[in-house]
Design a binder for this molecule. Structure first.
Ligand SMILES: Cc1cc2nc3c(=O)[nH]c(=O)nc-3n(C[C@H](O)[C@H](O)[C@H](O)COP(=O)(O)OP(=O)(O)OC[C@H]3O[C@@H](n4cnc5c(N)ncnc54)[C@H](O)[C@@H]3O)c2cc1C
Length: 378
């Protein structure tokens, strides 16, 4: 892949850079709810200026940006230390899944409010007994006239407390083989049969939740991709998760690394050769990750949607980010772990990086079997 930007990519970057400079929302306030509201306002601002989902087709309100321009968008946002929009799962997962599997009515109904941030989306895949082995999930959906009634439990549902809609996979056929009996639903979170219970993480924030469903009602029109086709539709969501999130997040890692380098330089700690050495190694890892992420774009351009290669970027990012945060707290010293320090919080939050969006072990299996073509374990 050629990494020099052509004329239109450079023009795109310059226009965006100027817009961010004129509209930067400032620093995100502390506190989970305050931060969320701030990022939601920011998304509205991006939406009104036509920047909320640059890679979406113009017919859905995007800019038809190429994948390289979408990458530039992420890099510029991070470079300016501007926040990510609030509806990240809607923009990165639900939107692209709807565009591939949704019928015209579904696209018409759901895409615009995803982009504006008026309707937030969450992802109801994992269950207490079904995480990596998602296809063994047990939440069941039974037909009731024109509706489906869903009963079961989901867990680790990020952002459920703010969400209007949930991308939910449930079992509709208990006799079929486990991958075949699933259906993908668009579940309205604002109803009696849905209960959201927050789970507090090691950081102290209840970023994710348990989701209890008791005869939650979903109209048949809210099935996405057809009854019994839930596994294939879910794979579209997961591929977008690994490729899309990893691309944005590797940029976030670079920003954190630059900030750390500045702090260490300001405190004179860069003169310590041990620290300089580790920092140098992290900069190299970050650059390798960036180039690997761009290579993933080439594959996506070739095949039309992200492939299994996204697993490699996601694995490298989670490992690199955990190393970076661990090193930051070590190099900055105990005060970085004191209450109120962002580094302490980020270090604790990074522990989940190798679990969320697919565990490292599972990603390695995918890379071994589907990228390298190694034999499957019997
Ligand atoms: C911060 C965070 C946010 C999340 N947000 C969401 C969300 O919004 N929506 C959602 O649906 N889920 C979410 N998840 C859940 C996440 O997708 C699951 O935690 C993940 O898929 C792993 O499932 P599990 O926790 O059940 O672990 P398990 O699948 O039970 O795995 C336990 C251990 O066994 C290993 N293992 C399992 N299978 C294999 C195998 N075949 N080969 C080798 N090792 C294996 C795993 O690597 C892991 O170490 C989130 C998780 C985190 C940490």
């Amino acid at each position: 892949m050629d990494l020099t930007f052509n004329e239109s990519e450079s023009a795109f970057r310059d226009e965006l850079r100027a817009w961010i400079k004129a509209n930067h929302p400032g620093e995100e306030p502390a506190g989970e709810d305050e931060g969320y509201a701030f990022r939601r306002d920011w998304q509205r601002q991006l939406y009104e200026a036509g920047w909320a989902a640059v890679h979406w087709p113009t017919e859905y309100g995007g800019r038809d940006a190429t994948l390289v321009e979408a990458a530039i968008f992420n890099e510029e946002l991070a470079r300016a230390r501007a926040p990510f929009p609030a509806n990240v799962l809607g923009l990165l997962l639900a939107g692209p899944t709807l565009m591939i599997w949704g019928d015209d009515e579904q696209k018409q109904r759901y895409l615009d409010p995803i982009m504006s941030g008026d309707e937030i989306w969450c992802q109801g895949f994992s269950e207490p007994e079904a995480g990596s082995d998602l296809a063994s999930l047990k939440s069941k959906a039974v037909r009731d006239g024109d509706d489906w009634l869903i009963t079961g439990q989901k867990v680790w549902t990020s952002g459920a407390q703010y969400s209007k809609w949930c991308m939910l996979v449930a079992r509709t056929d208990f006799d079929a083989p486990k991958h075949k009996g699933l259906t993908y639903f668009i579940l309205d979170m604002e109803q009696e049969g849905v209960e959201v219970r927050p789970l507090r993480q090691i950081t102290g924030d209840p970023e994710f939740n348990e989701l209890f469903l008791e005869n939650a009602r979903v109209p048949a029109a809210n099935v996405l991709g057809g009854e019994g086709n839930g596994w294939t539709v879910a794979l579209t969501t997961l591929m977008n998760e690994r490729a899309g999130l990893a691309f944005g997040l590797q940029v976030g890692m670079k920003v954190a690394l630059d900030e750390l380098t500045e702090e260490l330089a300001a405190s004179g700690k860069l003169d310590d050769p041990m620290i300089a050495d580790e920092l140098g190694a992290l900069h190299i890892k970050c650059e390798i990750l960036r180039l690997t992420a761009y290579r993933g774009l080439t594959a996506t351009m070739k095949y039309g949607q992200p492939g299994p290669e996204g697993s490699l970027t996601k694995w490298m990012w989670s490992q690199g980010n955990q190393e970076l945060m661990q090193f930051a707290t070590k190099a900055l010293g105990p005060q970085s772990l004191a209450g109120g320090s962002n580094w302490g919080r980020s270090m604790l939050r990074s522990r989940g990086n190798s679990i969320e969006g697919g565990t490292t072990e599972v990603l390695k299996n995918i890379i071994a079997e589907r990228v390298l073509g190694l034999p499957r374990k019997k």
